[in-house]
Design a protein around this ligand. Structure first.
Ligand SMILES: N=CN[C@@H](CCC(=O)O)C(=O)O
Ligand SMILES: [Zn+2]
Length: 418
């Protein structure tokens, strides 16, 4: 039977709103005071947007005459805003388990990259893979992410490098955007590596003169939609100057800048991100003090990726220093063939243990701040009236149990399309 409202989530033991004043992001001080209500309910309208969130008794009175298509009894459970994964590479074929054993034997990420493995290995397999096969693999990965509470995920291309395969990947991402419930922020990452036989300058010229205009044309035809532009700014990949040229050209075409920087070597990527008014820079294990100051001033989010330092045995990003100095800290899974993690709860757990973030900080970083890094914190990242009704329920009476990797809970993820 049709109801006036789509959904009533009733009487949760804890309702984690995250914030309540339409904040676009939370800095360190704000992260200590996440908004959490006890015995609370949420109402979602037929349009998929949140209509009310608050004390269960007040909501019961306020909506006493209303009808709902569905009611979920949340007593003894917690409701949280859908998790936002601000950095993934989820479209690819070919596993890299052989490289894991090389790394265990002492090879570094760049040792493998320089002999044609790593990203190059995945590029070869992704170039050869039929589009539908790529989509089916990608779909399974997205479903796993959703089962762990992710409702909005950034998805990069970048295992094509040539225009044809980059477009194939972006079409696969577009198909998922149209066919699946999960929200997607799509990123063109054609500068993920320098193709064999080209210099970084030649690859940058190709991207600026051929890739970006073609993407714009496909966007205008309604075939794909791209939100962000990314470059792997790294010693032996794209230097600072090529990175600047590519990102500026993407920005001129209307893309948000969100790129890999200061991961393996100090590159002054953070300073570049601030200069170009990037939405975000990811990794930052090797960020400089000046870079931290510049990012804080520019309100450029730091997307920290705990799985990378873990799997590559890198030094941890300085999350505490960034927080103390006023940087907007967000989290991402960095899901890729090298770091196979679909679970933002695991990422948050690693952020707490290895990067010394508190549970509240990790939750804010994986919700409102990750949404900010994608330019989506007006519609995602907290449970507030007017935002999209993306959230998840855990069958645990305290949301903090969620961070303990051994706790057993089940997740019900609810997502509404925009
Ligand atoms: N550092 C560059 N890109 C990825 C790894 C991609 C790959 O190894 O396939 C990252 O974010 O960790
Ligand atoms: Zn990455």
């Amino acid at each position: 039977m049709a109801g006036e409202y789509k959904l009533l989530l009733e009487g949760a033991k804890e309702l984690v709103l995250v914030c309540t004043q339409g904040e676009k992001y939370l800095l360190e001080a704000g992260m200590q005071h996440l908004a959490v209500l006890e015995n609370a309910s949420v109402v979602i309208g037929k349009d998929g947007y949140i209509k009310a969130a608050g004390d269960a008794k007040i909501i019961r009175n306020q909506f006493s005459g209303a009808s709902f298509e569905k009611t979920i009894d949340c007593s003894g459970k917690c409701i949280l805003p859908g998790l936002v994964d601000a950095h993934t590479h989820p479209v690819w074929a070919g596993d890299r388990v052989h490289e894991f054993s090389m790394k265990l034997a002492g090879a570094s990420y760049m040792d493998i990259h320089q002999v044609g493995g790593g990203i190059h290995f995945t590029v070869r397999h992704t170039q050869e893979a039929p589009e539908d096969e790529l989509f089916q693999r990608f779909k399974q990965r997205l479903l796993r992410m959703m089962r762990a509470g992710t409702t909005l995920v950034e998805c990069k291309s970048g295992y094509g490098l040539n225009l044809e395969t980059e477009i194939k990947m972006l079409r696969v991402i577009e198909r998922a955007r149209r066919e699946l419930d999960i929200g997607i922020s799509s990123t063109y990452c054609g500068a993920h590596s320098v193709p064999k036989g080209k210099t970084a300058t030649e690859a940058a010229d190709d991207i600026i003169n051929f890739h970006l205009p073609k993407l714009k044309e496909l966007e205008l035809n309604g075939e794909i939609h791209v939100d962000n532009i990314d470059v792997f700014c790294e010693k032996g990949v794209f230097d600072l100057n090529s990175t600047r040229r590519i990102l500026q050209a993407g920005k001129d075409k209307g893309l948000q800048i969100n790129f890999h920087g200061d991961e393996l070597h100090p590159m002054h990527s953070a300073e570049l991100g601030a200069e170009l008014e990037a939405k975000a820079v990811s990794h930052l294990e090797e960020i400089s003090n000046e870079g931290i100051t510049a990012m804080a001033r520019a309100k450029c989010a730091a997307v920290l990726l705990p799985t990378t330092a873990y799997i590559l045995r890198l030094k941890q990003p300085q999350a505490r220093k960034m927080l103390e100095e006023g940087v907007i800290v967000a989290l991402g899974s960095d899901f890729n063939p090298n770091a196979y993690c679909c679970s933002m709860p695991m990422v948050m757990h690693l952020a707490c243990v290895n990067m010394k973030m508190s549970m509240k900080e990790a939750l804010a970083a994986a919700t409102i701040n990750a949404a900010y890094a994608l330019g989506k914190s007006h519609s995602h990242g907290s449970i507030e009236i007017g935002k999209q009704g993306d959230l998840f329920i855990i069958n645990s009476p305290r949301y903090s149990l969620f961070f303990h990797s051994n706790s057993s809970y089940t997740v019900v993820t609810i997502i509404f399309h925009e």
